[in-house]
Design a protein. Structure first.
Length: 299
């Protein structure tokens, strides 16, 4: 599907604040709203953004309605998810992707929100993998204003940077949380041919989850035709081993079968200060220089 670039935001535009997955603390919701307002935009909280149902931010139907309302509202020019956690995967099948493509607007979030990024990709609309948090929060503001992102440099001191190989690759950036990418196989499959794949991982289920997720993606053919891999945070894996292997061994063995350039050590994903990147925008991965460069994702 041809890419549809959302229009960049202007001062005074409305930004929706929604909770499509787990619930967030009220203080965090308020802080996120304040920061967006400080950037000069009107914050429109979802009607059920403070709801709680177990670990979910309310019922599936209510979370779905809040997200679809933001997609369909012509005044809303961007949608910010207050947190990840769990639950966004339940919403992907019923979303009004036709309305999203007719009136494209970027989604901001990461982790469990990867499921929704896949939906945005299926609609051919750029989304922003990151968060309104940390010292790099202004990256979100810049991207929403249509700025060309600064090159992202791999950190030579970051755990996992030694996974980096050699070579360069150019293509649209796609991906997100590894487990969520694997869970989407057979539910919301998207074409990754010619894409640079972004993966980030947190140690929720040990090395077995990483192995199973990568094997599912590879054996299902989901990764056929990708041209490069950008590896973000390997959160919580430092010092963790299972029968002699650590997560780097699993990634090196599994990703090596793809025979594409790999750039690791990037501050993307579960990081105290995550950098935000535009999924769907063209990027250049240069493993030799240790940089990931993305084009502007909004017009």
């Amino acid at each position: 599907m041809d890419q549809v670039l959302p229009p960049r935001l202007s001062p005074g535009d409305a930004v929706a604040l929604v909770a499509p997955a787990s619930w967030a603390e009220d203080d965090w919701i308020d802080e996120t709203a304040r920061r967006i307002a400080d950037w000069g935009w009107r914050v429109r909280r979802g009607a059920r953004v403070r709801d709680r149902l177990g670990y979910l931010a309310g019922s599936d139907a209510d979370r779905h309605d809040d997200l679809d309302a933001a997609i369909r509202d012509p005044e809303i020019r961007a949608i910010v998810c207050v947190t990840g956690g769990c639950g966004s995967f339940r919403l992907v099948r019923g979303l009004d992707l036709g309305a999203l493509r007719a009136d494209p607007k970027p989604l901001v979030g990461f982790s469990d929100i990867t499921a929704l990024h896949r939906a945005w990709q299926a609609a051919g609309v750029v989304s922003l993998h990151g968060a309104v948090a940390g010292d790099h929060a202004d990256t979100v503001r810049g991207l929403l204003l249509g700025a060309i992102p600064e090159p992202i440099h791999a950190d030579p001191a970051r755990y996992g940077v030694d996974l980096t190989t050699t070579g360069r690759a150019t293509g649209p950036l796609a991906g997100g949380n590894l487990e969520m990418l694997a869970r989407g196989v057979g539910v919301l499959d998207v074409d990754l041919i010619g894409h640079v794949l972004l993966i980030e991982i947190n140690r929720a289920a040990g090395l077995g989850m990483v192995d199973r997720a990568l094997t599912q993606l590879i054996d299902s053919g989901s990764l056929e035709g990708i041209v490069g891999v950008a590896v973000g945070t390997l959160d919580g894996f430092e010092g963790y081993r299972d029968r002699g292997w650590d997560v780097r061994d699993v990634l090196r063995e599994r990703l090596g079968t793809l025979r594409v350039p790999i750039l690791a050590g990037l501050p993307l994903g579960h990081d105290p200060d995550p950098v935000t990147v535009p999924l769907g925008a063209m990027c250049e991965l240069d493993a030799d220089a240790g940089t990931l460069r993305c084009s502007a994702g909004l017009r």
